[in-house]
Write a protein that binds this ligand. Structure first.
Ligand code: ASP
Length: 321
């Protein structure tokens, strides 16, 4: 069997990154670098372990919109979604509407490995998390987050009116107040050529409670198939889902496109359909090639592969990586 160079590529969300100070950006880069190493350090156990570990780090550090850092719904709740996929056998695990699970990606993995289903959401998903001894937290909605929520809510009320139809328009547009998408995702390939993908998010600020975006939907937020590669998307879920964006990217790799070209064409497709500022994607193809693209101002990302001394990390387009 052909030996593949093991590699992992992660993202920390596509968005405008406006209002981020240099200090915050450098903390973000540091966390991306640590997260990719968390994954890379276990890649000898397989791509699946690598993507889970990288996403767990980003959920736990509180600096991304996933796990501890998750944003709040219009009524001040945290509702987290996550998904994971194993490219060896197309097994999938997904979960949504979690309020207390510290690491939704690990619950997604439990659902994949230990249940008869692929997607379990809400109250019973949390009971399952408890049953499997996963960490549950009561303080995901921190004081600081509530303060931020109030500010956002007030701006929204003042600037955009308070009708439900307006809220829906804003969610579909995803541009007015939802400036930054900092959902997390990871794709990896191990030395045996097995690929995997994992994603996790709090959605976006002021989303309607009960709303589920692309992240836990197989083929939309994530996809992995050893015959093609693996991909993970970020951006406005309502657009990503309608194009089955991650599956689209994998299908391009299946017919022979390298990861970088597949990502470019995938972002072209969503831009043509729904305009700029809508999405970003990362991918690894079945030969171990890595790729990414985004139509937003930035997308935090980090990659690491066999032979590299230290991870390559970047947020904006102009940075070399
Ligand atoms: N795709 C996520 C969602 O719509 C948001 C993001 O990527 O930041 O829930």
């Amino acid at each position: 069997m052909k030996k593949i160079r093991s590699a992992i590529l992660i993202h920390g969300g596509a968005g405008s990154y406006k209002g981020f100070s240099d200090e915050v950006l450098s903390i973000r880069l540091e966390h991306l670098s640590k997260a990719v190493m968390e994954g890379y350090n276990v890649i000898s156990k397989g791509a699946l372990d690598a993507v889970e570990a990288a996403v767990r780090y980003m959920e736990s550090c509180g600096f991304f919109n996933a796990g501890l850092g998750s944003v709040l719904t219009i009524n001040g709740l945290v509702e987290m979604d996550a998904g994971i996929m194993d490219g060896r056998d197309l097994r999938v695990g997904a979960t949504a509407l979690l309020r207390r699970v510290k690491n939704p990606v690990s619950l997604a993995r439990k659902i994949m490995e230990n249940t008869d289903h692929i997607f379990i959401a809400g109250e019973w998903a949390e009971k399952l998390a408890e049953f499997y001894g996963l960490e549950l937290l009561d303080n995901i909605v921190s004081e600081e987050k509530l303060k931020r929520f109030k500010e956002m809510y007030e701006n929204w009320i003042k600037g955009e009116g308070s009708r439900m139809s307006k809220l829906r328009e804003m969610i579909l547009q995803g541009r007015v107040i939802f400036e930054s998408h900092d959902t997390v995702g990871a794709v990896a390939i191990d030395s045996e050529g097995n690929v995997a993908s994992a994603v996790s998010t709090g959605g976006y600020w002021l989303k309607f409670p009960g709303r589920i975006g692309d992240v836990p939907l197989v083929g939309c937020g994530f996809y992995a198939d050893n015959d093609a590669g693996a991909s993970a998307a970020t951006g406005t879920g309502e657009y990503i889902a309608r194009l089955n964006l991650s599956r689209f990217c994998c299908d391009l790799m299946r017919i022979g496109f390298q990861a970088q070209d597949a990502c470019r064409l995938t972002i072209k497709r969503i831009t043509d359909k729904f305009g700029p500022d809508t999405a970003g994607i990362i991918a690894v193809d079945k030969n171990g090639g890595l790729g990414y693209d985004f139509n937003t101002r930035g997308m935090g990302r980090a990659l690491m592969y066999e032979g590299l001394d230290k991870p390559i990390v970047a947020i904006f387009r102009e940075e070399k990586n």
